[in-house]
Design a protein around this ligand. Structure first.
Ligand code: AGP
Length: 602
């Protein structure tokens, strides 16, 4: 999720406003930043670099950059590593058209080929730069907005864009799928991807809608659709604090990220599931594959365990799952016909990085499922899938987990496709509709919040599930323990009798993930064993059952999807439960004690 800021002013340089705006967008995650202003000289002045926004602000010469028109950008890389050349703004061949972009251009490869064939020189390896050259292709002097509209009709994907031409005193802003807001100030017109970057200058805003293009001069704002038909932009007043804006209406980033999961999963799927086929840029000789080893840590390891169940069920290839720290020190048996899949949100986890290097040294092929583009692990795998979940700021991983499982589902289906086998239409349809199913599950949040208040005082918690729901139980337990500090463990339900049941008393919560499948009655027996010992029981299930509801303290009923997709649904009440318990205890949910967001040390 990148940050965009732009301004055109009647007086004074916009540079201070642009840099302040970038700072206010820093929470959205960034790996590089840049800006461009045009002053009286009519020549674009550009600064772009990796690193913190504060470093950009103190870059030699930045403070003397003056200009009444400018655009700026903080980058969260989706294509191309975080480098200065990949940082925005991007320019056309003439160096006169500058653009900053937030979103994903799905058909950028085809557009890149078209433009390269016409002689355009593409200098970065981002999807965004293509837009600058496409506008150049249609540009006529004095008609920047017309060139933008014509160009965007050829673009597939999502964009929030701010565009300027050194020879025109205007900024053109366009939106499709990525937020873009216009600001109406006394002495300037503004644009940003987030209100937090505008609030220092004005609380009067116009929210652009998808398919709209706005042309800003110092004192006017003209909004049209891509066909040039006028649209009336409505000016609204914003009454939020900066801090509140950064988290939206959410108390913590973790809760915001739980609720971002429909969009995050949609971004993981975007462009990769079309007309019943899986489209991934992973070359693999599936026929000569011996076995698959999935390696990760923490939540990513739980996703990997689900990956085992998915691949073995859908593709019938044996899969091992290993903690990265165990794999790397075990002198593992792995060779050139083996495939390693590494999973890492940060792409910087030391043990996972070491495991992948060891596997590559033994000639294995390594695929990565990573969220942070250009991270160390992302740069060292042979190929992979970027999650496109956007920055995950809360230490407890939530949207990255559901996006990892989504990516593993795509990968399992892709392996099946490589083998020439037909894909299950019902599964593909439900996969495509997953964002909606996640939204429906999030609607249970108020009920889970009530449950959390009742369970906040327990001494221990056992999370119990079978099959695909055993890794979900492990993940639910990790969520609770890492942010509420309540001791919690995940187990296969049947393991209760092999020790854990000794823990049960009225201070212990047992959270079952028990769908109405062929093992449901066995789960009910386990529940009865716990109730007989005064344990407190909560059940996540997929069908109301009065008999069960009468027996246990709480039942949460989620919608039923194919078994392969249920981990993504079942984990959501468990994420919410952990969050609301920790919040009820007044703990620092986003920064729990002793933990770091990325474990880059061993
Ligand atoms: C999960 O909530 C934790 N933050 C932690 O277990 C995390 O999943 C683990 O450190 C792996 O991180 P990675 O995905 O960035 O490699």
């Amino acid at each position: 999720m990148c940050g965009i800021v732009g301004a055109i002013s009647t007086k004074g340089s916009v540079t201070p406003f642009l840099l302040d705006g970038l700072k206010r967008l820093e929470y959205r995650g960034y790996d590089s930043a840049g800006f461009c202003v045009v002053g009286e000289s009519g020549r674009p002045q550009v600064f772009k670099q990796t690193g913190k926004i504060s470093e950009l602000a103190h870059y030699p010469g930045v403070s003397s950059v003056m200009g009444e028109i400018g655009i700026a950008h903080t980058r969260w890389a989706t294509h191309g590593a975080p480098t200065a050349i990949n940082a925005h703004p991007h320019f056309d061949c003439s160096g006169q058209i500058a653009i900053v972009h937030n979103g994903i251009i799905e058909n950028y490869q085809a557009l890149k080929q078209l433009l390269t064939n016409e002689g355009h020189r593409i200098v970065s390896n981002t999807d965004s730069e293509i837009v600058a050259h496409l506008i150049e292709k249609f540009y006529q002097p004095g008609q920047l907005e017309r060139a933008v509209s014509t160009a965007l009709k050829l673009v597939e994907g999502t964009y929030g864009l701010a565009i300027m031409h050194a020879g025109e005193r205007k900024i053109v802003a366009a939106r499709n799928g990525s937020p873009l807001i216009l600001g109406v100030a006394e002495d300037a017109m503004l644009v940003a991807s987030d209100v937090s970057a505008l609030i220092s200058k004005t609380n009067k805003v116009i929210y652009l809608n998808d398919g709209e293009v706005a042309t800003l001069t110092e004192s006017t704002c003209d909004v049209r659709n891509l066909d040039g038909e006028k649209v009336n932009g409505v000016i609204e007043e914003v009454r939020w604090s900066i801090e509140q804006i950064a988290k939206g209406n959410f108390k913590h980033f973790m809760l915001k990220e739980i609720f971002e999961q429909p969009v995050a999963v949609a971004n993981t799927l975007r462009g990769r599931l079309k007309e019943g086929r899986i489209q991934l840029t992973i070359n693999l000789d599936i026929q000569s594959l011996n076995r698959i080893i999935i390696v990760a840590c923490g939540t990513s390891w739980h996703a990997g365990l689900i990956g085992k169940y998915l691949i073995e069920k859908l593709v019938n290839i044996p899969v091992e799952v290993d903690y990265a720290s165990e794999f790397r020190y075990r002198d593992p048996i792995i060779g050139k016909n083996d495939l390693m899949i590494v999973i890492s949100q940060s792409g910087e986890t030391a043990d996972t990085l070491a495991a992948l290097r060891l596997a590559k040294s033994k000639q294995a092929t390594v695929i990565g499922l990573i969220n942070v583009v250009g991270s160390t692990i992302a740069r060292e795998v042979n190929s992979g899938i970027y999650l496109h979940a956007g920055p995950e700021i809360g230490v407890a991983s939530t949207k990255a987990f559901t996006c990892q499982v989504t990516a593993l589902t795509l990968l399992a289906l892709y392996f099946k496709q490589l083998r020439g086998e037909t894909l299950d239409t019902e599964l593909l349809t439900q996969l495509e509709q997953l964002p909606k199913s996640i939204s429906d599950t999030l609607a249970l949040s108020p009920k889970v919040q009530l449950v959390a208040r009742k369970f906040a005082g327990v001494r221990d918690a056992l999370y119990l599930g079978r099959g695909f729901n055993f890794p979900v139980s492990l993940e639910g337990a990790l969520k609770l323990k890492e942010i509420s500090y309540i001791h919690a463990e995940g187990y296969p339900s049947a393991e209760m009798k092999h020790g854990p049941i000794a823990l049960i008393d009225n201070q212990v919560a047992a959270i079952f993930v028990a769908p109405h499948d062929e093992l449901y009655e066995k789960n009910v027996s386990n529940i009865q064993e716990i109730l007989a010992r005064q344990g407190r029981v909560m059940v996540i299930t997929d069908e109301a059952d009065d008999k069960l509801s009468d027996m246990v303290e709480q039942t949460i009923v989620v919608s039923r999807l194919r078994e392969e997709l249920m981990p993504i649904i079942n984990v959501i009440p468990l994420q919410l439960l952990a969050y609301y318990v920790a919040d009820a205890k007044g703990l620092d949910v986003d920064k729990p004690r002793n933990l770091a967001k990325s474990v880059t040390v061993e």
